[in-house]
Every structure is written in structure tokens, then in C-alpha cells.
Design a protein around this ligand. Structure first.
Ligand code: ZN
Length: 494
């Protein structure tokens, strides 16, 4: 049998009829006609790895008596058997069911999504990519630099989605990532580093042309090299309470760990607990919890140019742009369709009305779970980075995570960064190494008192967010302005 989509689609639709006839309330299928990846690493200018991946297959889900059954296969001539396995899994799961899953009213949708791309990275010869990365490596060379790492990472997927409600989605995914890092031991023998990852202002196209735009990547090589030499000459940040100004290169992790993961509905409902993945948020808090100061406006955003923009999620819901935290109050969470009824029942009132379009799977052989999309902080009214520095008496500017530890319910955190710039009486004075800061999530966001304007806003990508059992590595984005927090515990007592 030929396994082109023209043959797969009717075969899947026949199976939907058979599953509904077997007592299922819902069934869906994701056919990955192509899932290509390429990961290139240059280490000290040598090609450390060039991993090319290609996968093709189908993953199907059925919902029976409120229980999910999932199965997947790369054998596209055995789709019927794949549905049989999903059905058997649902029947087994139904015997152990806590709260029945419910997809709610049918939402038949037809749609297509194409990311904005000029140059498909998979059409660029390896030699051209290597030359580009090698040139960056050359510009990172310096007598103060002991090690250099330059990476590029590309993903291309063609995914068809169908479900028993009549939904049909046809979409491409294309993602481009890049990173560069310089490292050296300091005079105490401790490794120091400075790095940058491909970012943007959220606009533009996301193919190979993004990676080669010097503003967003290669043009930062000289800067990180000279900042590493400043770090190597610097003292450690002395401990104390002071204001903390997070650049987007650090702010994205703050949002990722203490807002994004905490607002995934499956965590809120307790489904990720066995993987140290709880949340301090409970369902009844949605709509009322004061998460941060009035300055905090956080949304699940749809931006043009980000790995967190994908058109339709893995339940066929069109990606929506909506507020998660509005003027400091928690108003919504990251959800898929099937858990809304449980959240509302546990809250004792309606706290979530429609899917957060956050059902995402990392591969055809993984079942979708609640994931971050683009978890963005809206730009504020407090001017540029320089305006915020001018307004700061005693503080530090922090950039790029090197270490992080988070409470299992995301209620507190401790982060280390690559670099700190001291701010005294409205001026940047000197660089400190080994900066750290810590706090309690709600107290910390409550101390947010300055949010930079659009000029400070950067779209950072996360290519490797891990979650679930079995683990699913997911890509997403964070659009973040410069943010200032008051009176934060920083530095370590020696
Ligand atoms: Zn993550």
C-alpha cells in the first residue's frame, strides 16, 4: 500500500468510525509525514557532531469512558492495529480512572499553517552551514578564551492532524536555533562563561536567514568575548539585598520556571507530581490569585517569529493569544481541552472556559501534554534599559542563566547568572562574577516595579524544555522586556 497522505487520511477516517462504533467518544490522529532534525556542534573549531534525524509515523488517541488510550507506529500499513492498541490502552486505563476526561463540545476546524521562512535550512548545503559557524568560531578566538562552542539546530516537520469531529489540519513546523559560548577558568580555578543564543524582536522570518542575520546572532561574538575577559578580572558579587534588573537573557528563565511551568494545568491538577512537577497554584485560585505587582502582564502569545508559534496545537485547536496574568492577577492557565471539566469541578466554579491551545507532543510517538507556547511579558511604560538604570540607586543588572534550582511546586527559586553589572546611583559601575539571586515566586513577582518599553523586549527561544514521562523535549519562546525587582536577596555568603 502506498503511504502517501492521500491514502493515510481515508484509512484514518475509517478507523475513527470504527472507534466511535466501539463506544469511544473521541478519536484523533497525528501523521508526521516528515520529522527532520539537524544538530551541528563546533567545539574549539572542530566538528564535534552533525546529527541528522528523520522520523515518519502516526500517533493515535481514543477516548473511551473518560480514559485516554494512545498508540503509535512507524508502520503505516498497520494503522488499524495501531487503533486497536490505543483502544485496549483506553479500556485498561478506564479501570484506574480518577476524573473522567471530557473534550467538551465538538469544535470541528479546517486549517493550514506555514511558518514565515525565506531559506529552508534543510536546503542549505552542510559546507555553507559549517563555514558560517566556523567564521563565528574564528571571531570568538582570543588569548583569554580557553574553550569555544558554536551550535546550530534545525527542525522541519510536516504534520497532518485529523479527529472524529471532522477537524483537518495541515501544517509545517520549521525552527532555527543557534548558540555560541566562550569559557575560561578564572584565577580561583572556577569556570566562567559568556554566551548568546539566537533571538529576535519577535518579527521577521524564521528560516536560515534568521540565523545569519548579524543583529540577532553572529554580531554578538565580539561582545561576549570582551565581556568574558571582564568577568575573568572581576570579584564575586558580595551578598546582600539590592534591586535586580533582569535583561531578557535572564528574564526568560525567570518567566519559564516560575510562571510558565507553574501555570500548566496538568501540573495544577497533580498529573506531573511523580516527576517533581507540581504547582503552587490550585484550580480555585484561577481568576483571583495575586501573582505579582500591577506591572505584571503575562500572556500566552502568538508572535510571528518563534518556536512557540505553531498555528494549531496537537488537538487541532487554533493557537490563541490570551492573558495569563493581567495587572498581576492570575486569569488563565496553559491547558488542553480534556482537562477543563476537571479544573472547573475541582474549583467548584468555572475558572477555565476554553482550551489554552497548549496540547503539544514532541514526536508522533508521544501523546500531547500541556506545554508552554510563547509565554511573554508585555512591554511596559518605564522607558529604556538606561532609563531604568538611571532610576536605580543600588542594584545589579543580570544576564543569562548558568544554574537554576526550583522548588518542586515552583514556589521558590535560586538562580546563578553569567554576569552582573553593579549599578550605583543610577550608573553602571563594574562587573561582578558568580552572581546569584533567590526568592519566593509570588513575593518576587510582587516586587516587580519597572517594566521596560518595546525597545527592551526580546524574543528568546527555548529549544530544550523537558517534561513528562517518558520525557518530551519541547521548543518554545519567551518575549521578555527588561524588568526591575526591588530588594532581592543576591550573592552567596562565602
Ligand atoms: Zn521547561
Amino acid at each position: 500500500m502506498n503511504t502517501k497522505v492521500d491514502n493515510i487520511a481515508p484509512a484514518v477516517k475509517n478507523q475513527f468510525e470504527r472507534m466511535i462504533g466501539s463506544g469511544c467518544s473521541f478519536a484523533d490522529a497525528r501523521f508526521y509525514d516528515e520529522d527532520s532534525s539537524q544538530h551541528i556542534v563546533l567545539y574549539d573549531g572542530n566538528l564535534e557532531s552533525n546529527n541528522r534525524g528523520f522520523e515518519r509515523g502516526i500517533g493515535v488517541r481514543v477516548l473511551k469512558q473518560g480514559a485516554w488510550g494512545f498508540a503509535a507506529t512507524a508502520n503505516l500499513t498497520a494503522i488499524s492495529a495501531c487503533f486497536d492498541r490505543a483502544l485496549a490502552n483506553a479500556q485498561a486505563a478506564a479501570k484506574l480512572l480518577g476524573f473522567p476526561k471530557d473534550m467538551g463540545p465538538a469544535q470541528p476546524t479546517k486549517g493550514q499553517y506555514r511558518p514565515p521562512v525565506e531559506k529552508d535550512p534543510f536546503e542549505i548545503p552542510l559546507s555553507e552551514k559549517l563555514k558560517f559557524l566556523k567564521d563565528i568560531d574564528t571571531s570568538l578566538r582570543d588569548k583569554t578564551v580557553a574553550q569555544r562552542i558554536v551550535t546550530a539546530n534545525f527542525q522541519r516537520r510536516r504534520i497532518y492532524y485529523w479527529n472524529s469531529e471532522g477537524t483537518e489540519i495541515d501544517r509545517w513546523v520549521l525552527n532555527t536555533f543557534g548558540s555560541m559560548m566562550v569559557m575560561s577558568p578564572d584565577k580561583d580555578g572556577r569556570n566562567q562563561r559568556r554566551s548568546v543564543e539566537l533571538y529576535s524582536d519577535g518579527t521577521g522570518t524564521r528560516g536560515y536567514e534568521w540565523l545569519t542575520n548579524p543583529d540577532w546572532f553572529a554580531g554578538h561574538a565580539e561582545r561576549i568575548k570582551s565581556e568574558l575577559s571582564e568577568i575573568l578580572a572581576a570579584e564575586s558579587l558580595p551578598p546582600g539585598k539590592r534591586d535586580v534588573i533582569l535583561l531578557p537573557g535572564q528574564g526568560f528563565l525567570q518567566v519559564h520556571e516560575t510562571i510558565g511551568h507553574a501555570l500548566e494545568l496538568d501540573r495544577i491538577l497533580g498529573y506531573e507530581l511523580s516527576f517533581a512537577g507540581g504547582s503552587h497554584v490550585r484550580p480555585e485560585m484561577i481568576g483571583t490569585l495575586r501573582y505579582g505587582s500591577e506591572k505584571l502582564n503575562c500572556r500566552a502569545g502568538v508572535v510571528e517569529n518563534s518556536a512557540g508559534t505553531f498555528g494549531y496545537d496537537d488537538e487541532g485547536s487554533q493557537q490563541r493569544d490570551f492573558m495569563l496574568i493581567d495587572k498581576g492577577v492570575l486569569v488563565n492557565v496553559l491547558s488542553c481541552r480534556a482537562d477543563l471539566a476537571e479544573a472547573n469541578a475541582k474549583a467548584g466554579k468555572t475558572v477555565v472556559k476554553e482550551s489554552g491551545t497548549a496540547a503539544r507532543a514532541s514526536a508522533f510517538y508521544r501523546s500531547p501534554i500541556d506545554r508552554m507556547t510563547n509565554i511573554n511579558i508585555d512591554p511596559g511604560q518605564d522607558g529604556t534599559l538606561e532609563d531604568i538604570i538611571k532610576d536605580t540607586k543600588d542594584g545589579v543588572v543580570l544576564d543569562v542563566p548558568v544554574s537554576w534550582s526550583i522548588g518542586s511546586n515552583r514556589e521558590h527559586f535560586h538562580f546563578g547568572c553569567e554576569i552582573a553589572w553593579e549599578v550605583k546611583d543610577g550608573r553602571r559601575t563594574k562587573v561582578y562574577k558568580n552572581p546569584t539571586y533567590q526568592g519566593h515566586t509570588l513575593e518576587f513577582w510582587g516586587s516587580l516595579d519597572k517594566v521596560g518599553n518595546r525597545s527592551t523586549w526580546r524574543l528568546h527561544q527555548v529549544p530544550n524544555c523537558g517534561k513528562g514521562e517518558p520525557n518530551q523535549i519541547m521548543e518554545l519562546g519567551h518575549g521578555i522586556p527588561v524588568m526591575r525587582f526591588r530588594n532581592v536577596q543576591t550573592g552567596e555568603k562565602e
